[in-house]
Ligand binder design. Sequence first.
Ligand SMILES: [Fe+2]
Ligand SMILES: [Fe+2]
Length: 226
Amino acid sequence: MLTDRIRERLWEITAEYYPKNDQAHGRSHIERVLKNAVEIAKREGADLEVVEVAAILHDMFESKETHSNIEGFRHEVQGALEARRILATLGFDEQFVEAVSHCIEAHRKRTGPEPRTIEAKCLFDGDKLDCIGAIGVLRSAFVSFDHGQELYKEERDLADYKRRNIRPDGTIIDFSLHSSNLEYELSLKEVAGQMCTETGKRLAKERAAFMNEFYSRLEKEMNGIQ
Ligand SMILES: [Fe+2]
Ligand SMILES: [Fe+2]
């Protein structure tokens, strides 16, 4: 049973993992994903407590992965292990811990297993909604500035760029060579088509259309007055 006291403890415990000044992956992302995932879960008839706890814990090692760029370090794997440890100390039963752990290990689009349960699908979709639309554009720009990337990078041969800077599992080798528009072309453009729930698909469609319009316009403006 998820009481207010346990909710409070979860936020206290996770505070050290989510940097306050990281607008792309810090606490503000977690709060938006929580809202998205719980709303999807209500509409899809999923277990709301599993989805809520998984949303709060899902990105504990995201910042470490993107800033250390250690090959083989996966924030969904480390996050699922850490969640198991935290939830066991808070007295959650094994079935609940297992359900939350699966949501976390399956929340990524680039790596990890496919979401098998409806709860994992709700977290996946809630998280992906935060990658697209107006918030997706802003988050992508924050990540880009954070890594000192160029404002816009023109790559005529995307397949060649992928060979040079994207690992086979989809993770980025050198973040400084990447950019917001390349991230859109190589990853964010596909997100709406990857949604798992009917609710997620519906919500993603409209956000994806806005984002597509934004990057098309950006391309035109980067090329000067048309
Ligand atoms: Fe993540
Ligand atoms: Fe996330």
